[in-house]
Design a protein around this ligand. Structure first.
Ligand SMILES: [Zn+2]
Length: 118
């Protein structure tokens, strides 16, 4: 078999394309695993602090912040599975997060400001 270097300028073979795709998939998996390992919001991740969990939904969680609260009653609604940005969420996950948010707003005493649930 002739190497690609020997075939200079030739299109990659199917075997070379498969190998490139395999390496890309391995790298993508490695980056995903690394992100999950350090994420404090992912339910299945090793860094998730279960003692801060308040409520567990179908696709998301309500928890206390792992850092200093921004205000009294500060809670965090986050998806159970790791997502890089809220714009990448599935529609059902986003809907459940909004339901958690509205439930928290309804739960707050009328003396609290509505802006505490973001
Ligand atoms: Zn995560």
């Amino acid at each position: 078999m002739e190497s690609r270097a020997a075939r200079k300028g030739a299109a990659p073979t199917a075997q070379e394309e498969a190998e490139r795709e395999r390496k890309r998939a391995i790298e993508e998996h490695r980056k995903g695993a690394q992100a999950l390992e350090g994420c404090r919001q992912c339910l299945g991740g090793p860094a998730f602090q279960r003692h801060l969990l308040v409520a567990l939904g179908r696709t998301c969680t309500l928890s206390l912040p792992a850092h200093a609260s921004l205000t009294e009653g500060h809670c965090v609604v986050s998806p159970s599975a790791h997502v890089a940005a809220s714009t990448l969420l599935d529609e059902d996950v986003w809907r459940e997060m909004q339901e958690f948010r509205y439930s928290c707003l309804n739960f707050l005493p009328s003396t609290c400001e509505a802006g505490t649930v973001l």
